[in-house]
Design a protein around this ligand. Sequence first.
Ligand code: BGC
Length: 780
Amino acid sequence: MGVRTIRAAVPLAAVSVMLGVMVQSCAKPAPPQLGKQSVQDVVAAMTKEEKVNLVVGLGMTMEGLPPDMQGPAVGQTNTSVPGAAGATFAIPRLGIPSIVVADGPAGLRIQPTREGDTSRTYYATAFPIATLLASTWDTPLVEQVGQAMGNEVKEYGVAVILGPALDTHRNPLGGRNYEYFSEDPLISGRMAAAIVKGVQSQGVGTSVKHFVANDHEFDRDTINVKVSERALREIYLRAFEIAIREGRPWTVMSSYNKLNGTYTSENQALLTGVLRNDWKYDGLVMTDWFGGRDAVAQMKAGNELLMPGTVAQQKTLTAALDSGALPESVLDRNVAVVLNLVQRSPTFQQYVHSNTPDLKAHAQLARSAGAEGMVLLRNQQALPLKPGAKLALFGNTSYSMITGGTGSGDVNEAYSVSLVEGLTAAGLGVDETLAATYAAHIAEQEKVRPPTAAFMLPPPLPELDVPAGEVSRLSREADVALLTIGRRSGEFVDRKLEDDFLLTATEKALIQKVASAFHARQKKLVVVLNVGGVVETASWRDMPDAILVAWQAGQETGHAIADVLTGKTPPSGRLASTFPVRWEDVPSSAGWPGKVLEGPDPNARGVLSGDKAAEVEYSDDIWVGYRHFATKGVKTAYPFGFGLTYTQFRYTDLKLSNPEFAGELTASLTVTNTGKADGREVVQLYLSAPGKAAPKPAIELRGFAKTKLLKPGESETVTFTLASRDLTSFDEASSAWVAEAGTYTVKIGASSEDIRLTGSFTKPAEEKVETVTAFVGARK
Ligand code: BGC
């Protein structure tokens, strides 16, 4: 896919040669050097111009950008890592190098080949998308993925990866849901924290993004998200709170949208009140690329770095400093934060990167993580496949896998494994005639497909309507039918209901045709969903014998699917977002994706924005995902937390450490594999609060654990610890997280709709567990 370039005005090599060189003069003492003298001393030695340059990124050169947004923003650029998204300003006289940041989140996004450099390539590993990683419910595994990703970041000379991304799966049609984890803040927060810890264990940084409420792409650059304080705190901010408190990311990226009337990047209550004061965050905040409008407000709000950086921002800040509209003390504070970040980077530590990360080992990890996050929705004795079975493979994506989404979250991987390759390597047979028919169909359709601009979503290839005679031949000659349904989604555009969330008429007809032909011969049909987000299943799910949500598992997708289908890796993924019966059953669908307001948008910026002002009311409030379905009793197609295995598990002996809550409580139980195959179980702890003080969700996920691979008959004891915060909900009136008095029920389940054990405890008195300082939830 396309690559954004940062062009050099001053080559980095020249800049780095100058690094560390003291500018000596007889008259003046040598200026302080970053790392040798204190950050305060270095800031004090900087000119106003240098300070402004340091809080404005070096800029970006991109076709279609208006002139004042083109790079170089500050008269200097950094070409050390082509394809990286941005870099900071270098001040060699003070020992300050330029550091490079590059996308995420599914792997490092850099240009894989370099002009004039035929000696080697710079491919990165395409790991599974975040939605799949969340579906593993396995934080240690996700941390390992983070470690591998971080190693590539470091070895390719990048200081910060722009991920993980953890906006909310508020609606299945969110275009970037594939980059996000879940509808639930605990899963999102813990998964993001695991990535952050993993990446940062390598000595490079993360950027937890997009803070906050960039839950759709519709008019994302200017849309005003109107949301209550309670919903913000309990759902949208909560995911970030967990990720930031547990993971301590080096940086946070503010989002594009407005939040209750103010751009998040200009929102002091959000960036200083919530983030710094309430959560004690001490890292850096950068804007999303070209995000927000008012550079001075951004500086004051606590958004220290403006990315990618523009000439206009540099001019605005300089003028504001001169007029006094921007106090120099604010700029100094922000410059110090940028310098702290620079000091942490491998670049500052003069680490010599190898450009040779262990891509082979990382591919293995991508494969196993991929298999662990695939979710088996249905299985009528169709899976695992018998060794050596011959398959009739239907569906375009069987032959042209979708390994991830489009936009900045796309990775430039060296290769990707198709399903045919995966199945063949696993010793399964594939009908060659059908494969040849699909190859010809795909080639033909690709020829007539209109070209897609770099970064953008290509239109889907129409599915082939395989003639009945051919399906009948295949039902005779093949042992099993396997049909993939593929969906690609990406940045800039939300998904559609028709022919995207809903299957196309051709897809449904094909499922039906293949199912009846194969069933007529007592043979099975397996459907594999190669998707980036939730699709409709209720209307067709009874036709196939098995349904596997394979998501998009990165470059090893074909191998990972084969591993699950054959049972080499038994399925153990669980849904981290609900599959509704109908799209309309999701409360945010009313009013999705927001409304265009009368008149032109005063904030519109042509190329990057719609030219209409828009707003979206989060009228679903806290009733997001299973919180809605479980409380209102609305039927789901497949509930949050659901996923089948090739075996069964029994839950016994739930023990609570105390009948009364006194600051902490543990719940433990035993899980036993009672079936005939190996498997891993995901145990979920939901809590029901008394719900007297305010409306509360019927259940809320407060803990989860994944067992090791258990053999038939084997058991494992699982223990959860509940802390005071787990009992709370946010009380707007007192600006506090309050645990109400009364009886709480612990519900241990295999999904949000499959509760196996319950226990209860009491909380004798109401408790204000944490009071917050900032107010960001006014509906304006
Ligand atoms: C995206 C960010 C990304 C940035 C840099 C923006 O368009 O929203 O997620 O990190 O570009 O590529």
